[in-house]
Design a protein around this ligand. Structure first.
Ligand code: NAD
Ligand code: WQD
Length: 346
C-alpha cells in the first residue's frame, strides 16, 4: 500500500515509517518540521535501504494537502502530526486546538476529496485523565485534564462522527501510554528541542552530564516505592502496532480503539535504576514535591490490542533504557548539525 504518514519526521513517526517500509509499503511523509529535522531523512533512507518521499506541507494548508493527495495515490493515512507538550498547551490552548484539531479537519477534508477512507490516529492515554482503576481498559471513563488531552479526545470524537456519516471510512484510534527508547541502530530517536518535559529524555541528559540531577516529582505516592508509576513502551513496539493497525483496517474494514502499553507499571525510581544498569552511568536524583496534575499510577490493559491486532509489546524496560542511552550517547546533540551525514553504526 502507499501510506501517507503525517508527522513522519517526528519521534514516533520516523520509527513507524521504517516499520512500514520493512513491511513492503510505500511511504510518503508530510511534515512542517515544526518539531523535527530533515536530518532524519538520510538516516531513515540508510536504514530502509531506499529513500522516503517527503513533502514539507503544513496540515492546515488545504490547497497544499489536496495537491499532495493528487500527486500520490494514497491508500491509507497514519496521522501523527500534532503539538504534544501538556504544559505548553495550558499556556497556548488556541495554538493546540488550531494545530491538532484544525490540522486533522483539513486532513480529513483532503482525504475525503481524494477518496481515502483509512486512518490510524495517534491518540493518548491522556484521554483517561486520572483513571479510577488500573490496569486501564478502553471502556474506562474519558476525562481529560488539560488542553492537549482535550485535542486528542475531540479528534477521537470527530473521527467517530465522520465514521458514522460514511460507511467507507474506518479509523484505528491507538492510545499510547509512555513511549520511550529509540531504534536499536542508534540512528533515530527522540530529539527534544528544549528542556525535556518527559522522564526518559531527562534521565538521558542527566546520564550524559548535560544536567546535574533528575528531580523525582513526588516520593509519597501510594506506590511500590513512593514515586509515580507509568507504563513505558518501547517506540519500536509502538511503531509495529501501526503497521498491524493498517493490516486490520484493510482486513476487517471496521474501526477500533486500543491501548498500546506493556501492561506493566514501572516507578520513576525503578526506571532510574534500570537506566543506570543499562548505561553504566550514574543518574543522580533528588526527590521533590509532586508535579501538578500528576497521578500516582497509570498502566494499560493491552489485552484488546492483542486480541484485535495480534500485537503485544516485546521489549522490556532494560531494552528501553539500553536503546535510549545508545541513541543519546551516539547523538549528544540529537540531529542538530548532522545534515545529510549518516553516522557509523555499532
Ligand atoms: P513529534 O513532535 O516528535 O512528532 C510530531 C511531528 O508532527 C513533528 O515532526 C512535527 O514537525 C509534525 N507536525 C506538527 N504539526 C504539524 C502540522 N500542522 N503540519 C505538519 N506537520 C506537523 O511527536 P511524537 O512524540 O512523535 O508524537 C507523535 C504523535 O503521538 C502526536 O500526535 C502525539 O500527540 C502522540 N503521542 C505522543 C506521545 C509521546 O509521549 N511522545 C504519547 C501519546 C501520544
Ligand atoms: C512520567 C513519570 C512524572 C519528569 C506525559 C503526558 C501524556 C503523554 C506522555 C502525550 C511521572 C515523573 C517526569 C521528571 C519525574 N504524552 N517525572 N521527573 O506525565 O506520564 O505523560 O507524556 O500524549 O499525555 O502527560 O509522562 O514522562 O512526563 O512522566 O519524576 O523530570 O515521571 O512525575 O510520574 P506522563 P512523563
Amino acid at each position: 500500500m502507499r501510506i501517507l504518514v503525517t508527522g513522519g519526521a517526528g519521534y514516533i513517526g520516523a520509527h513507524t515509517c521504517l516499520v512500514l517500509a520493512e513491511r513492503g509499503h510505500e511511504v510518503v511523509i508530510v511534515d512542517n518540521f515544526s518539531n523535527s529535522s530533515a536530518a532524519v531523512l538520510p538516516r531513515l533512507a540508510h536504514l530502509a535501504g531506499r529513500p522516503f518521499a517527503c513533502e514539507e506541507v503544513d496540515l492546515r494548508d488545504r490547497a497544499g494537502m489536496d495537491a499532495l493527495f493528487a500527486r500520490h495515490a494514497i491508500d491509507a493515512v497514519v496521522h501523527f502530526a500534532a503539538l504534544k507538550a501538556v504544559g505548553e498547551s495550558c499556556e497556548q490552548p488556541l495554538a493546540y486546538f488550531d494545530n491538532n484539531i484544525s490540522g486533522t479537519i483539513t486532513l480529513l477534508q483532503a482525504m475525503k476529496q481524494a477518496g481515502v477512507g483509512r486512518l490510524v490516529f495517534s491518540s493518548s492515554a491522556t484521554v483517561y485523565g486520572a483513571p479510577d482503576a488500573v490496569p486501564v481498559r478502553e471502556d474506562a471513563p474519558l476525562r481529560v485534564t488539560n488542553p492537549y488531552g482535550r485535542t486528542k479526545l475531540v479528534v477521537e470524537q470527530l473521527l467517530a462522527d465522520v465514521q458514522a456519516s460514511d460507511p467507507g471510512f474506518h479509523v484505528a484510534n491507538l492510545r499510547y501510554f509512555n513511549p520511550v527508547g529509540a531504534h536499536p541502530s542508534g540512528l533515530i530517536g527522540e530529539d527534544p528541542s528544549d528542556t525535556p518535559n518527559n522522564l526518559m529524555p531527562y534521565v538521558c541528559q542527566v546520564a550524559a552530564g548535560r544536567r546535574d540531577h533528575l528531580s523525582v516529582f513526588g516520593g509519597d505516592y501510594p506506590t511500590v516505592d513512593g514515586s509515580g508509576v507509568r507504563d513505558y513502551i518501547h517506540v519500536v513496539d509502538l511503531a509495529r502496532a501501526h503497521a498491524d493497525a493498517i493490516d486490520y483496517l484493510e482486513r476487517e474494514r471496521q474501526s477500533l480503539t486500543v491501548n498500546l502499553g506493556t501492561g506493566r507499571g514501572i516507578s520513576v525510581l525503578e526506571l532510574v535504576h534500570a537506566f543506570e544498569r543499562a548505561s553504566g552511568q550514574a543518574v543522580p536524583y533528588r526527590i521533590v514535591g509532586r508535579r501538578a496534575g500528576d497521578v500516582a499510577e497509570v498502566y494499560a490493559d493491552p489485552g484488546q490490542a492483542q486480541a484485535l491486532l495480534g500485537w503485544r509489546a516485546e521489549y522490556d524496560v532494560d531494552a528501553m533504557c539500553r536503546d535510549a542511552w545508545n541513541w543519546q550517547s551516539r547523538n549528544p546533540d540529537g540531529y542538530t548539525g548532522t545534515g545529510d551525514a549518516v553516522p557509523d553504526q555499532p
